[in-house]
Design a protein around this ligand. Sequence first.
Ligand SMILES: [Zn+2]
Length: 328
Amino acid sequence: MSTPLEKVEDLWFLDGNIFIRVGNNVCRVYQGFLASQSSVLSDMFAMPQPPEGANMLGGHPVMAFPDAPEEVTHWLRAMMLPGNFGSYPHKVTADQLLAVLRLSHKYDVQHLRRRALEHLAGLLPVDLDKIKAKGRDSTVNASLHDLDLSLYPRINAIVHEVGALWLVPALLYELHGQVQACYLDFIAEMPYPLTTQLIIRLYKIAQLTSHHFSVARLVTHGTLCKRSPPCGATENGDLCGSAAMLHHEPLTYYSCADYYVDGVHYVDSQGHAYEGDADFCEACSQAMRARHTRACSKFWDELPESLGLPQWKDLLAAKASDLGDDAE
Ligand SMILES: [Zn+2]
């Protein structure tokens, strides 16, 4: 061989019968075992090696995949090493997850494609009550909140590539909530250009949020309050600050969580804190919560269509098909 290849130690089985080149490294694994995982691999192994390839090692052909070497290594480990890519909520890295998803889809390794999608489904629930509950327990969502922002466009590209569109609304809703600064700053700081489709979709989410969660829609007008003096008669409560948070992560506005305002730590929901600051009467508070609940349902129902995606009914059918009927 022209380039000396280094063994991938944990993917080197002494009695392995196929060599797989990944970049400048080589793995020695079991052809029959890999073929049993997918018909695509089985067909690939059955094809005669081109004689001019002449990549031989110890009398065996060396094959290579046309994919990024680090992706192939993650994927081979997921297939070959028990426990390497456990089921959700087993910890996996983002690189590992995306590599296993992409290549398992491409080479039709169904059980790993499903397992990878189960991880994403766990991180990105499509059920409104689960999303609201996640706001209450910051530890559940920690792994996704820890993600580097630049990973979202990558996840977005791969879920499109593998046809798992049912993940897109929740993914973009999360991204919308994670973009702290203005969108233009976020777009400019990404390590590679975002697709026009993604930029338009983020804009659509911002638009839909403003539409359903405007303060004027949620808060009872002072003239309709029966208390004396009526709610809103005094200038209590930071309406602008609260509205900014409401538009940021509207669905968890009434979910208890840790949050900070001007460096002060609170454990409460944004909504309850706002009601307290604004000194709302019980009737006005309850009316605001009821309007918020309705706004959440409408926003979530309308989100797929506003993003140009199929309706939830079709997305959920695709999800059930991807994950198996027993999932949810
Ligand atoms: Zn009132």
